[in-house]
Each structure stands twice: as C-alpha cells, then as structure tokens.
Design a binder for this molecule. Structure first.
Ligand SMILES: [Zn+2]
Length: 271
C-alpha cells in the first residue's frame, strides 16, 4: 500500500512532467474510483495550466491556473504511469500535456480517489479536516507529542497512527520509527517521556526521508517510457522481518497482530 514516502516520491516525479504545462487532454475512463470522479473534471481541467504540485498527508495535489486543485489518493494500489506504451483497463484517468507527455492514473483495486476543489475550498476538504501536523514539517515536535499523549493509556503505536495526531503516518513507518527510537509499540502513550519522544520525532523523519531518497533513486532507474511512479522496494529494519535479526544485534524481530495490523518489534531494544 502506498504510504507517505510513495506519495511524496510520486509528487516529485510528476512535477517535471506537469509543472508549467497546459493540459491538452483530460480523460476520465470510468465514472468512479472509491467514490465518483467529479463529472465536470474533464471540462474544468482541459486547457488549464498546472502551476505547482504538493502533498498533504497521503494526498497529492495538482494546482492549476484556474484556481482548481486536483486531489488524488492512491488508495491500496494506485500509481501514475508516465508515457505508457499503451493504456490498459486499470488506467482510469489519462492526462496529456502540451509537451506531448502522457500520464495515466492506474488503480487496479480502485480504493483511490480523485477530487476537484476550488483552491480556497481545500481546507474544508473532508480528507484534510482535523489532520494533525505533517511528520516532515515543523509542527511535529517532542513537546507537541508530549501534550497530545498526556494522560493517554492507549499504546503509543496506536496514537501515532491516528491522523488527527500526526498526518499521513502508516503502519510500516510507525513500526520502523518505534524500533529506531527504541520505544515499545504497546507502551502507554502518556508514559513515554520527553527524551524518548525526541528520539521518536527524529526517527520518524529519518525513516521517511530514507524511504523518499530510496524512491527517488528508483524513480531515476525506472521512470523511463513505461515507468511507474509510486512504488519501490526498500530494506526495512523490522517491517516484514519476523524471525530475522534486529539491527540492534541483540534480538530477533517479533510480529504481533492487533486490530488487524501487524506490529514488528524487538524485545531486546524496545522498552
Ligand atoms: Zn533490537
């Protein structure tokens, strides 16, 4: 499933193709993904010039000079294809630019979404309402987490996955950051002290930035004619590594399932 680094990598990969370019063709190829694709999408975007692209949480934002923003979510399986050799049944939105480039949003499972919003209506978008600070932005600090966790007995891992506390963090990178900062995933959030929270904030940035950097290099390798933006394999510390040595060198990675989600952790170094 695409997490924040994949979305960030996708946005970075789309920028050189889209920024400053006029959209000469906008073709939704089915009426809906997870929810309906706006019926006026083609009309409002055709002929518009893309100004900039951004990411918020796990959404990509494509801003145009008509004051509209196309907001995309990759869901479980979404990816943008750049200059594909041919279009397939899972290519649900096709864009073409005045530079002759073609982009296709491919989403086999259709858990993704496409929304078109006036720029000044973005803050009111349901996906953005109540979101906590960006994990790579200045709002995520140890004192902020200390305040949000105060008095909470819920596991620290669970609260880190709460989008109202931190925006866009998913299971993989929460497991990775807790291991790197040596914090027990099921520790009551309110019992995690400031020094540990400082390690945690640093670890969140480290694991996300490393993943984005790895995605960047994959992009250079694979964003060729039939390139797909969005996914890359990455060597994780603990995620998906049950029974293998933890990087601490003193324990093996364990897996525990709670609430349908796997937690990968090491009892030797996470307390
Ligand atoms: Zn360990």
């Amino acid at each position: 499933m695409p997490e924040l680094p994949e979305v960030e990598t996708t946005v970075r990969g789309l920028r050189p193709v889209l920024e400053g370019r006029r959209l000469t063709l906008v073709e939704p190829r089915r009426p809906d993904l997870r929810r309906p694709i706006p019926v006026d999408l083609r009309q409002r975007l055709t002929g518009a010039t893309v100004t900039t692209l951004d990411r918020r949480a796990k959404y990509g934002l494509i801003h145009t000079d008509r004051n509209d923003t196309l907001v995309f979510h990759l869901g479980m399986s979404g990816r943008w294809r750049v200059d594909p050799d041919e279009l397939g049944t899972h290519d649900h939105l096709v864009l073409e630019t005045d530079a002759g480039r073609q982009l296709a949003l491919n989403d086999a499972r259709r858990f993704g979404s496409l929304d078109l919003l006036a720029r000044d209506a973005l803050d009111g978008f349901a996906g953005f309402r109540g979101l906590g600070p960006e994990p790579l932005g200045p709002g995520l600090t140890a004192p902020y987490l200390l305040a949000r966790f105060a008095g909470r007995v819920a596991p620290v891992k669970l609260l880190l996955l709460d989008q109202r506390i931190v925006a866009g963090l998913g299971n993989i990178y929460v497991c990775e950051a807790l291991n790197l900062s040596r914090i027990l995933p099921r520790a009551p959030a309110g019992a995690v002290g400031l020094p540990a929270l400082k390690r945690l904030v640093k670890a969140v940035r480290t694991v996300l930035e490393a993943a984005i950097a790895a995605g960047g290099s994959t992009l250079r390798d694979y964003a060729r004619p039939d390139g797909e933006l969005g996914y890359f394999s990455k060597q994780f510390r603990v995620y998906g590594r049950e029974g293998l040595p933890c990087p601490c060198g003193r324990g093996l990675v364990e897996r525990q399932v709670d609430g349908g989600r796997s937690t990968f952790w090491c009892r030797a170094c996470q307390r």
